[in-house]
Design a protein around this ligand. Structure first.
Ligand SMILES: [Zn+2]
Length: 321
């Protein structure tokens, strides 16, 4: 990371702005008001802020950050660009405290807002289903942290024997992982068969081979895919042939290591954001042909159309997230 830090886009405001413009406006400046491309003039002279364009058709001024998660921020753009690099390149994530320290931000609060805006940029939208003909998709669920009001019944609607322990008490996350490919991960309010079935159908190509454990959550899934193969968790049959959920477990492993080692605290309200962050890095990992620079550029692309505003009144951010 040492050599990376000296790059102009991480240190110089003009270079950082040009970097954002090249990624967000590959065909010329896009007017956020009328949508016209390449019809704006850069305003020059001391009376204008740097990077202000004026749209010829609608005669309105704008900059590259309008409509992005960087809009209306007092943090310099080069710090945003470096922050995006850090978040997209750090396998287990980067805490707000670490962002504050490395970027020299004025307060923890500023760093906290920045980290959530970066995460919003990484959130995928309009994703294609994973899998396809001859491909294996693994589905698995895990539980992370506790919920305020534990459920009294399990996924089959039966009462838990030990109240307030085990999955009843925790926040479920479902991951669908194409073996050797991308992940689709979801924090769901409740894991029940209907919820899981809907996730499977909406996010996995129907010509895929589905691998799961023998949980009843996946009963009936064979109707929706070419095959549905299950593996037993009992020792001897842990992985039968190539039937396993190792990729999904690997994703959960990285997620949990990051959440406990880097983020430490996370309210249920924000859990989905962290799930999305880890899914982003998984989907653009080195093994799939993406280097740190390309991953960060995809993150910057994702900053558009997602202006994020937090209510200023009554908000509380004591802990990380
Ligand atoms: Zn315009």
């Amino acid at each position: 990371m040492e050599a990376e830090q000296t790059k102009a886009i991480y240190n110089d405001e003009d270079a950082a702005r040009a970097h954002l413009e090249s990624i967000l406006w590959p065909y010329g400046a896009v007017c956020p008001i009328c949508g016209v491309v390449g019809e704006a003039t850069l305003m020059k002279g001391k009376s204008h802020r740097k990077g202000v364009y004026n749209c010829k058709p609608c005669d309105k001024p704008f900059t590259v950050t309008v409509g992005t998660v960087f809009e209306s921020s007092h943090i310099p753009l080069h710090k945003w660009v470096y922050g995006m690099h850090l978040m997209s390149a750090s396998k287990k994530g980067i805490s707000a405290l670490q962002l504050q320290r490395v970027l020299g931000l004025g307060s923890y609060r500023t760093a906290w807002f920045m980290s959530h805006r970066l995460r919003e940029a990484l959130r995928a939208t309009d994703q294609d289903p994973i899998g396809g003909e001859g491909k294996v998709v693994e589905a698995d669920e895990t539980y992370y942290l506790k919920v305020k009001e534990p459920s009294t019944v399990n996924a089959q609607g039966l009462p838990y024997k030990k109240k307030g322990r085990g999955p009843a008490n925790k926040r479920p996350i479902v991951a669908l992982v194409e073996r050797g490919g991308q992940v689709r991960a979801f924090h769901v309010g409740n894991v029940d068969r209907a919820t899981v079935t809907q996730l499977l159908v909406e996010n996995i190509h129907h010509e895929s081979r589905l691998h799961t454990d023998e949980s009843r959550l996946y009963t009936g899934a064979e109707q929706h895919f070419v095959t549905h193969e299950t593996m037993k968790h009992s020792a001897s049959e842990y992985a039968r042939g190539d039937v396993n959920t190792n990729s999904a477990e690997g994703f959960f492993g990285v997620f949990k290591k990051g959440m406990t080692g880097v983020y430490q605290h996370c309210s249920e309200k924000h859990l989905s954001r962290y799930v999305d962050e880890f899914a982003f890095r998984h989907n653009y990992r080195v093994k799939l042909g993406f280097n740190d620079q390309q991953r960060a550029e995809i993150g910057i692309k994702g900053s558009a159309g997602k202006r994020l505003t937090y209510r200023r009144t009554g908000e509380r951010q004591g802990a990380e997230a």
